[in-house]
Design a binder for this molecule. Structure first.
Ligand code: 13P
Length: 256
């Protein structure tokens, strides 16, 4: 069975004090309920990771990087390597978020190298895909997502891809308040699985986790998480406050 994950991506929000307060509140809640059905993840800014990982080491809360370098180490000013993330206590890393693709022009080849760096350092990559509004309007959304998967992951085999999570985040639904309907999410998630089955095999297609992201909030999470091919969420704005994220964890526990 695919692993079920409720993950928060804080993007460039929260200073250190604010962020650690949220992690502490999540930790207190997770210590009480010890979630059984879902893994919980927060991807804070890099500078929070070591302390966030220390606070959360006794619970199911795992810490993720929001990105990592495509390079192993060396003279790449401003970059953070996968090895550094691991040494700070991260267990996962988001790779290929649409904001990285759009604003930092990350290419398939760079994303592929980042995935390799994550694997080499025992980090689970959360690999993001998703179409723009223009793609969807033109009916190219399936093709765009297929190209993103095969462009960066095409050279890897099924055994490698068992250690990877996909997050489907339609760009038009990110931070816009507009969300995919349950039916739209289900349709794309099922398509991603059938594409993986065709490229690899049915076991990988069944077992790979496919998360939905894009304006997930308590009001729509039940519909989205309740879809058969949705294994959880990658949540931006609604993960910034502990109480809202806890609501989402509760919904995940109930319906995933
Ligand atoms: P929002 O939930 O704020 O739309 O962001 C989604 C996202 O990009 C998570 O990675």
């Amino acid at each position: 069975m695919a692993r079920k994950i409720v993950a928060g991506n804080w993007k460039m929000n929260h200073n250190l004090k604010e962020g650690l307060e949220v992690v502490q509140a999540l930790e207190a809640y997770l210590l009480k309920i010890a979630p059984k059905n879902v893994e919980t993840v927060i991807a804070p800014p890099f500078i929070h990771i070591a302390q966030a990982a220390e606070i959360s080491k006794n619970t199911h809360l795992s810490i993720a990087g929001q990105d990592c370098s495509a390079q192993e180490s060396g003279a790449f000013t401003g970059e953070v390597s996968a090895a550094m993330l691991k040494s700070a206590g991260a267990e996962l890393v988001i790779i290929g978020h649409s904001e990285r693709r759009q604003y930092f022009k990350e290419t398939h080849a760079q994303l592929s190298a980042k995935v390799e760096q994550a694997w080499a350092n025992n980090l689970l990559p959360i690999f993001c895909v998703g179409e723009s509004l223009e793609d969807r309007k033109a009916g190219h959304h399936f093709k765009t997502v297929e190209d993103q998967i095969s462009g960066a992951l095409g050279k890897y085999d099924a055994a490698q891809l068992e250690n990877l999570v996909i997050a489907y985040e339609p760009v038009w639904a990110i931070g816009t308040g507009e969300t995919a309907s349950g039916a739209q999410a289900q349709e794309m998630h099922a398509h991603i699985r059938s594409f993986i089955a065709q490229q690899h095999n049915a076991t990988l297609a069944d077992e790979i986790s496919v998360l939905y992201g894009g304006s997930v909030k308590p009001a729509n999470a039940e519909e989205l998480f309740g879809q058969p091919d949705v294994d959880g969420g990658l949540i931006g704005g609604a993960s910034l406050q502990a109480d809202t994220f806890i609501e989402l964890i509760k919904i995940g526990e109930a319906v995933l």
